[in-house]
Design a protein around this ligand. Structure first.
Ligand SMILES: NC(=O)c1ccc[n+]([C@@H]2O[C@H](COP(=O)([O-])OP(=O)(O)OC[C@H]3O[C@@H](n4cnc5c(N)ncnc54)[C@H](OP(=O)(O)O)[C@@H]3O)[C@@H](O)[C@H]2O)c1
Length: 282
C-alpha cells in the first residue's frame, strides 16, 4: 500500500474500498474481504444507505480501529444539523470517530455544515475534513473563510476526465484529489481502450489494474467499488509495478474531460429534499 500525507500530517492509504450500491451481506462481506487482503481505507456515505452493513463488516473484520481509515459523508438535507447526522453515521458504522468527514454536495447551507465539522475536529470526533463535487471557486470559498482547510476533494476522475486543472489548484493548496468512479463504473469502452489493453499486456496486469496504477501515480486517492472477492483482490494488487513516464503520457491522451455523471442544479435541489432511509436495504 502507498500512503498520501494530508496537510495536517495524517497518513491516508492511497487506495480504498468504494461501497456505493453495495448493500446488506454484500457490503459486510466486501469490507471483510478487503481488510483481509490489505485494504485499510473504507469509503461510505449516509446516502449509500449501507452504513449498518459496512459497520458490521468493520466490527467483524478483526482489524484494530486505529489501523483503519474510514470516511463519512454528510448529505445536504442534514447540513443544518450536521453534528446530529454525524452521530447517526457513527452509530450505524459502530465507530466513535471518523478519519475523513466530507460535505457531500455543493447545495444548501454547506458553510453551516463546515462550522459543525470544525467543532467535530476540535472534539476529536473527525481527524480531517473534505469536500465532494465542489468546484475550484467553491473550494476557495472554504479556504478563505475557515480556520480548518479541506484536506481532500473528491470528484469523478478517470483517464477520460483526469481533472488536471483542478489537481494543479489542489496541489497548490496542499489538498489531495480523490477519484470516485475511478473505473468509469467499469465502462467497457474505457477498460478496452487500445492503450489500456496494450499496457495490460506489457505489464502482465489487467486493464483495471493499469487504470488504478495510473490513478496512484497521478497522486490520486482512489476508491474502486466492488462486491466481488476476486475484483477486490485484483484491485489492490497494483503496488508491485510502476507505469513508465511514456506510458503515463499515453494514458494522458485519453483525457477529453468527459464525465459519466453530470450533476444539474435541479438534481441538487432535489437532494435538499431527500433524506436517506437508514433501514433501507440493510
Ligand atoms: N463522492 C461522491 O459523490 C461519489 C460518487 C460516486 C462514487 N463515490 C465513491 O467512489 C466509489 C467508486 O465508484 P463506483 O463504485 O460507483 O465506480 P467504479 O469504482 O468506477 O466502478 C465500480 C464497478 O466496477 C466493477 N469492478 C470493480 N473492480 C473490477 C475489476 N477488477 N474488474 C472488473 N470490474 C470491476 C464493479 O463491479 P463488481 O462489484 O462486480 O466488482 C462495479 O460495477 C464508490 O463506491 C463510492 O465509494 C463517491
Amino acid at each position: 500500500m502507498e500512503y498520501l500525507t494530508l496537510h495536517n500530517g495524517i497518513q491516508m492509504p492511497a487506495l480504498g474500498l468504494g461501497t456505493l450500491r453495495i448493500f446488506g451481506k454484500d457490503a459486510e462481506n466486501a469490507v471483510i474481504e478487503a481488510t483481509n487482503c490489505g485494504y485499510r481505507h473504507i469509503d461510505t456515505a449516509s446516502s449509500y444507505q449501507n452504513e449498518k452493513a459496512v459497520g458490521r463488516g468493520i466490527a467483524h473484520c478483526g482489524i484494530p480501529r486505529e489501523e483503519l481509515f474510514i470516511t463519512v459523508k454528510i448529505w445536504p438535507s442534514d447540513y443544518t444539523h450536521a453534528e446530529e447526522a454525524f452521530e447517526g453515521s457513527l452509530r450505524r458504522l459502530q465507530i466513535d470517530y471518523c478519519d475523513m468527514l466530507i460535505v457531500h454536495h455543493p447545495v444548501g447551507d454547506y458553510y453551516a455544515c463546515w462550522e459543525s465539522f470544525e467543532k467535530l475536529v476540535k472534539a476529536g470526533k473527525a481527524r480531517a475534513l473534505g469536500l465532494s463535487n465542489f468546484s475550484q471557486e467553491q473550494i476557495q470559498g472554504f479556504v478563505d473563510r475557515f480556520e480548518i482547510k479541506p484536506s481532500l476533494v473528491t470528484v469523478e476522475t478517470h483517464p477520460y476526465a483526469a481533472q488536471n486543472q483542478l489537481r494543479e489548484y489542489l496541489k497548490s493548496q496542499g489538498i489531495v484529489l480523490e477519484a470516485w468512479y475511478p473505473l468509469g463504473h467499469a465502462d467497457s469502452h474505457l477498460l478496452q481502450e487500445p492503450v489500456i489493453l496494450r499496457l495490460a499486456e506489457k505489464y502482465g496486469k489487467s486493464p483495471v489494474q493499469i487504470i488504478l496504477r495510473w490513478h496512484v501515480q497521478m497522486g490520486n486517492s482512489v476508491l474502486p467499488g466492488s462486491k466481488s472477492p476476486e475484483h477486490i483482490r485484483e484491485n489492490i494488487d497494483i503496488f508491485d509495478f510502476a507505469l513508465s513516464e511514456e506510458d503515463m503520457k499515453e494514458i494522458a491522451l485519453l483525457d477529453t474531460g468527459t464525465q459519466y455523471k453530470v450533476f444539474t442544479d435541479e438534481m441538487r435541489q432535489r437532494y435538499l429534499n431527500w433524506t436517506p432511509d437508514w433501514d433501507d436495504q440493510e
